[in-house]
Design a binder for this molecule. Structure first.
Ligand code: F6R
Ligand code: ZN
Length: 193
């Protein structure tokens, strides 16, 4: 086989302090106005948008695409903060392809990785730097930052996995992570019951 330019090994450099790597192909930003539907306190959402629509998270992306493969790298940096009493978090999604897993690697910050299946299995994994979680196929995944500094994690997945956001956008996960008496607490998501 004749190798094309993209078939040669390629490296990016990760900056542990900033939680970014370079070069990257794309950066995506998610503000409160992009995520309003995922937080339960809609009054707090409107207030935050009115106060300047703060940044919640950024995704840095590189697709290591070759003639034969499609392994992607995504780094997510979630800012510290809350909407009302609910901690900042990613939108969360299922993979479209039913046989596609993912690996998440927590680099900085603390929080939870929430995972669940359509059959109602649910897991909340407490996350700290160094925790690496394998997310099996058909488990939706969302990360919540409960620390007072940015939470950074690296994700490795296949582009063929695709993303399905609708089921999570509408109803959320079975549990929410909120602050009670200054501490994170997992509570039942009333929209699901
Ligand atoms: C890719 C993946 C991550 C997320 C990223 C943002 O399959 O799981 O790269 O896409 O952490 O989260 P979402 O996509 O839920 O907004
Ligand atoms: Zn994913």
């Amino acid at each position: 086989m004749t190798l094309k330019k993209e078939d040669f090994p390629f490296s990016v450099q990760f900056d542990f302090e900033r939680g970014e790597f370079s070069p990257k192909e794309k950066t995506a930003t998610r503000r409160i106005s992009d995520l309003g539907m995922i937080f339960h306190d809609k009054v707090a959402v409107e207030l935050l948008i009115h106060q300047g629509d703060p940044l919640v998270y950024e995704i840095f992306y590189y697709g290591f695409k070759t003639s034969l493969s499609d392994m992607a790298l995504g780094t997510t940096r979630i800012q510290p903060g809350k909407t009302g009493d609910e901690y900042y978090m990613t939108k969360g999604h299922f993979h479209e392809a039913l046989d596609q897993p993912e690996i998440y690697f927590c680099i900085k910050g603390e929080g939870y990785l929430l995972m669940e299946t359509l059959d109602g299995e649910f897991q909340a994994v407490k996350w700290k730097p160094g925790t690496i979680t394998h997310i099996p196929p058909m488990w939706a995944h969302r990360v919540v930052n409960t620390s007072s500094s940015p939470l950074v994690f690296v994700a490795s997945y296949h582009l063929a996995a695709g993303h399905s956001y609708e089921p999570i956008e509408e109803k959320g996960f079975l549990k929410r992570v909120i602050e009670r008496n200054g501490k994170p607490q997992l509570v039942q998501n009333n929209q699901r019951f």
